[in-house]
Design a protein around this ligand. Structure first.
Ligand code: THU
Length: 131
């Protein structure tokens, strides 16, 4: 299995665990560690308060940091079943930019495969930095 197929498979499996009884919009993500054969899954987990909802991308990021700490990340793959596939929300772009540089590859996919390839730098060219 290619790296890309593996990423889509991990994100698709995570999407199957999506807890989205309010929006009925299931999202899965797979965050790949740089130079390591590790894909950390994440899915959206909604909350009755709505504001407590965690997106799939942040779910994967938090899981990855919890397990591996602040390590370099290579790509994030986001799986939805929409056409075109969904882009990460602005909130997730900002949170990803805390741990990932503009070179992070962002694959937007459906369970069938990657439809769009972009980068965090393209999606969020001027991230907020607390300096
Ligand atoms: N969602 C994600 O998981 N990732 C995004 O980047 C955008 C939105 C989720 C949040 C919510 O559970 C559902 O999609 C509808 O907004």
């Amino acid at each position: 299995m290619t790296d890309l197929k593996r990423a889509v498979a991990v994100a698709t499996e995570a999407r199957n665990h999506s807890y989205s009884p309010y929006s009925h919009f299931a999202v899965g993500a797979a965050l790949k560690l740089k130079d390591r054969d590790v894909y950390v899954p994440g899915c959206n987990v909604e909350n009755a308060s709505f504001g407590g909802t965690i997106c799939a991308e942040r779910s994967a990021l938090v899981a990855a940091v919890s397990q591996y700490g602040k390590v370099p990340f290579e790509s994030v793959t986001v799986v939805t079943d929409t056409n075109p596939p969904a882009y990460p929300c602005a909130f997730c772009r900002g949170v990803l930019s805390e741990f990932c540089g503009p070179e992070l590859v962002v694959y937007l996919a459906t369970p069938e495969g990657v439809k769009i390839t972009t980068t965090l730098g393209e999606l969020l060219p001027h991230p907020f930095k607390l300096v």
